[in-house]
Design a protein. Structure first.
Length: 238
């Protein structure tokens, strides 16, 4: 799988006549795996990992820097906290999730800024589990030019991480979008990635489900309610 993704990355960059890729490095498993794959495919001179804190946990930035240093990946830090605060001052009050979704959209603005400036492609870091369940912010982390691990379930990404030599402490970290302190992917989705991946796999293979009806129905609802995120905007046809 590693070699196939590396070859695919090279083809995508070459086809776009781009000079490399830029990606957001959060210190989480998916972004670390994607960054290492990009470095292996294109070389250190053609990969830029942006650290984009936005009132983020300090540990995330430290983890991202440690991985980047270990694998020889160039980084640049752009703190978006003040931009986020400025937007909240001019926008009407809203619930926590609505406000938090500004963060991944600001990060994507920064990524595309650097992509345009450097003639790079924006390399997304979402995995298949997140894409299918709709666990991403539309026009935020869901926006990118290429998605190297977008066809890999979270459990597959973990196995690939071991092959790539990603530190175990990164693999063992609780997956989080970093939307607020203590927030985790599994807590917000209401299901573990292992369970989600099993349900998705059995859906695709048309196999009977083994998990509880409650868990399966939860996944069905996640997929159904997020369908609009995975398709182009609906267009009226006269």
């Amino acid at each position: 799988m590693e070699k196939r993704i590396i070859l695919w990355l090279r083809r995508q960059v070459r086809a776009a006549h781009a000079k490399g890729v830029v990606l957001g490095l959060s210190g989480g498993l998916d972004s670390c795996v994607t960054a290492v794959l990009a470095k292996k495919a294109l070389g250190a001179k053609h990969v830029l990992a942006l650290l984009l804190p936005c009132h983020s946990q300090k540990r995330d930035s430290l983890d991202a820097k440690r991985v980047a240093l270990e694998f020889g990946i160039a980084t640049k830090t752009v703190d978006l906290s003040k931009a986020y605060d400025a937007l909240l001052k001019v926008l009407p009050a809203a619930d926590r999730i609505t406000q938090a979704n500004i963060r991944p959209r600001l990060r994507m603005i920064a990524l595309y800024y650097f992509a345009r400036k450097m003639n790079y492609l924006v390399c997304g870091t979402s995995n298949k589990s997140e894409v299918v369940a709709g666990y991403f912010t539309k026009f935020g982390d869901g926006a990118s030019d290429i998605l190297p691990i977008g066809s890999l379930l979270k459990t597959q990404v973990r196995r690939l991480a071991v092959e790539l030599g990603i530190p175990q402490w990164i693999i063992d970290k609780a997956p989080t979008a970093g939307l607020w302190p203590g927030q985790t992917d599994e807590g917000e989705m209401g299901i573990t990635y292992a369970e989600l991946d099993e349900v998705i796999t059995r859906f695709e293979k048309k196999q009977p489900q083994r998990l509880s009806k409650e868990k399966v129905d939860r996944v069905r609802k996640l997929i159904r309610c997020s369908e609009h995120k995975r398709r182009k905007a609906a267009c009226f046809i006269p």
